[in-house]
Design a protein around this ligand. Structure first.
Ligand SMILES: Nc1ncnc2c1ncn2[C@@H]1O[C@H](COP(=O)(O)OS(=O)(=O)O)[C@@H](OP(=O)(O)O)[C@H]1O
Ligand SMILES: [Mg+2]
Ligand SMILES: [Mg+2]
Ligand SMILES: [Mg+2]
Length: 393
């Protein structure tokens, strides 16, 4: 654990980096807001309480992450045993979500499968970091209607983080959490997401994606975005009820749908920002075969699923390097947000993702996401490209 306290000034969120198409109306009236609230509430009765708790938890975690990203200290950033980065915000977000879910949904069978664990915070070298996390968590709780539970000790914080040790599986209910998805993006001052989902008997039934740096308007298209564009989106979906988006401040609500584009030449494509996380060459071969004209849009995290769910782009391709095993928390929330908006999420062979096998997704290499019209064409292009790649080895 480092002890330096140098200030790292993050870049301004990338609102100016992408262009805008308003592919569907973002207009919103008070009357339509009430109607949508009523429809969302009545049709998602079975997971209504869980959804309200998940939205609260993810929004609170987003506040903590925003505070840390605005004034990141070098001592806030550490390296895990697999060399991937983790920050006080990843730990703080996980602790907050765990605490809020437990408080809002008291149950003996609370189960959480989450990315982080407290191992590195328990030794002597972790004490300073642990105190910083404790302060961040207590301050966030105290400022946001949880002042009665804002006197947490470091042991309380460690316990809350380690609630996330469940293995998941095909029986009962399990929450699935990525406290910061896209930690590298978070460190760059770019996109990241707090991704929370609920599994019920092995199926994703609820998903919430908080994307603090994603503009409320579309991120791709012809219009230049401006630094004035409001950022901070909360996407949410429960099974059978559609996908909704609202500003993180909760001020409005709209139903969203994936793009209806049928012509691949008009499609735009999302992929990981980090080349180490996905084979950009393979995506480019697939895009060429399909006839996609626009250059790929590279953004971090499950913000890609959120953006696709509201029609900012049509295709998301993810082909990790050989040997990488996908974790359920990197896709569970994004998957339901896209499918409830009318999209399809599949592995490279066209099979639906199976979240019932524990922490890992067991799949044919690659995850592909698009709308229902484009999926057959995309699958064909993926199959041909993978065959060409295999025969060239
Ligand atoms: N080698 C490798 N290959 C594939 N994927 C990997 C790899 N290493 C990490 N990860 C996971 O990628 C998560 C970040 O998501 P993205 O790839 O969509 O975003 S990014 O553009 O790369 O930042 C990232 O999630 P977080 O750790 O939550 O940030 C990782 O789970
Ligand atoms: Mg990570
Ligand atoms: Mg992740
Ligand atoms: Mg993460």
């Amino acid at each position: 654990m480092g002890i330096n306290c140098l200030r790292v000034v993050p870049k301004i969120p990338p609102s100016a980096k992408h262009k805008i198409i308003i592919s569907h109306s973002l207009l919103f009236t008070k009357r339509s807001s009430r109607a949508i609230h009523a429809a969302a509430a009545s049709s998602s009765m079975s997971y209504e309480k869980e959804l309200a708790a998940a939205k609260k938890a993810a929004s609170l975690a987003a506040l903590l992450c925003q505070k840390v990203q605005k004034a990141l200290l070098q001592s806030d950033v550490h390296s895990k045993s697999d060399k991937s980065p983790v920050t006080v915000a990843d730990y703080g977000s996980q602790a907050l979500v765990s605490l809020v879910l437990e408080r809002e949904l008291p149950s003996e069978s609370f189960s959480l499968v989450a990315e982080e664990d407290s191992g590195d915070l328990r030794g002597n070298s972790g004490q300073e970091t642990l105190q910083r996390i404790r302060t961040l968590v207590n301050d966030t709780l105290a400022n946001n209607e949880y002042s009665s539970v804002s006197n947490l000790t470091t042991d309380d914080v460690l316990r809350a983080i380690d609630n996330g040790k469940s293995e998941g599986g095909s029986r009962g209910q399990h929450w699935v959490l990525d406290p910061i998805d896209g930690t590298k993006g978070f460190l760059r001052g770019d996109q990241y997401a707090i991704a929370l989902a609920l599994l019920d008997e092995g199926k994703v039934v609820l998903g919430v994606l908080a994307c603090p740096n994603l503009t409320l308007t579309s991120i791709s298209g012809e219009n230049q975005q401006s630094s004035q564009d409001k950022v901070g989106c909360l996407f949410f979906a429960t099974v059978g009820t559609g996908t909704y988006m609202q500003p993180l401040d909760g001020s409005s609500l709209q139903k969203v749908n994936v793009s209806a584009t049928e012509n691949p030449e008009e499609a735009s494509l999302f992929e990981s920002f980090e080349a180490a996380h996905s084979l950009h060459d393979l995506s480019s071969t697939i895009a060429k075969k399909l006839g996609v004209k626009a250059p790929p849009v590279r953004i971090d995290s499950q913000a890609k699923y959120g953006a696709l769910s509201r029609g900012d782009g049509e295709i998301y391709l993810r082909f990790p390097h050989k040997g990488y095993r996908e974790k359920i928390w990197d896709h569970a929330a994004g998957c339901i947000v896209v499918t409830e908006a009318g999209g399809v999420v599949a592995d490279a062979a066209g099979n639906p993702l199976d979240f019932s096998k524990g922490k890992y997704l067991d799949l044919e290499t690659g995850i592909i996401v698009t709308n229902q019209k484009l999926m057959p064409l995309l699958l064909k292009a993926v199959k041909e490209s993978l065959e060409e790649k295999a025969s060239s080895l």
